[in-house]
Ligand binder design. Structure first.
Ligand SMILES: Cc1cc2nc3c(=O)[nH]c(=O)nc-3n(C[C@H](O)[C@H](O)[C@H](O)COP(=O)(O)O)c2cc1C
Length: 200
């Protein structure tokens, strides 16, 4: 399957077969996240894989009772670690500077920018870091298509409830849920704006 085919074929899937996902396929999905680009190569994503029914039920409850989440054989909880984001970004900026791969002006601008993150409110940082998990998550969603799997981005949830379900520390932000499974529906393509409407 080409990338073009995967992009065209991807749909949000909200009905899954109960069939389990082979371990090899799960590893391929994780590899697609691992290879994603990130700001300053900080790789701030942290994933939790949930397969047990009781936890999936609690996740679904915390996501406004979106029942299809609990029926997916696998739910991937896509998180970012804000500490990793800051420290990873600083390390890469310094590494690039020591290899003379970036101008002094760029290094100094990046160091001040990343250092300033330490005192920024969590919401600001969470929004800033969200780009990274967005890209990594879409790698996963497209890779899933190639494996015959379906996914659905889920953002409508109570983050505080998910935090308490998993006992995450303060540095972790739950950014999205991604139920994964073999599709038990074949939705038509959802409406998209024509190209002329998305050009400024
Ligand atoms: C950031 C984001 C958040 C979303 N949150 C939800 C959600 O909470 N529940 C849901 O059923 N679908 C959710 N969706 C799926 C969208 O409704 C879906 O992508 C859109 O309607 C287009 O349909 P398609 O993905 O099949 O092309 C979300 C999608 C994105 C990208």
């Amino acid at each position: 399957m080409t990338i073009e085919d995967a992009i065209a074929a991807r749909r949000s899937i909200r009905k899954f077969k109960p069939d389990p996902i082979p371990e090899e396929a799960v590893e391929t999905l994780l590899e697609s996240v691992r290879l994603a680009p990130s700001g300053s190569n900080s790789q701030p994503w942290r994933l939790k894989l949930i397969q047990d029914q009781a936890t999936k039920d609690r996740i679904s409850e915390a996501a406004n009772r979106q029942g299809f989440i609990a029926k997916a054989p696998l739910v991937i909880v896509l998180c970012v670690d804000l500490g990793v984001y800051i420290e990873g970004s600083l390390a890469t900026v310094r590494e690039l500077a020591s290899n003379n791969e970036r101008s002094e002006a760029m290094t100094s601008a990046m160091l001040s920018r990343v250092e300033a993150w330490r005192t920024q409110p969590k919401d600001f940082l969470a929004a800033n870091v969200a780009f990274n998990i967005g890209i990594a998550g879409e790698h996963l969603a497209l890779m899933a298509v190639g494996l015959g799997l379906g996914t659905c981005w889920v953002r409508a949830f109570d983050e505080a409830r998910l935090h308490s379900i998993f006992g995450f520390d303060e540095e972790i932000v739950v950014t999205a849920l991604m139920p994964v499974g073999y599709p038990d529906e074949a939705p038509s393509a959802r409406r998209r704006k024509p190209t002329n409407e998305i050009l400024l």
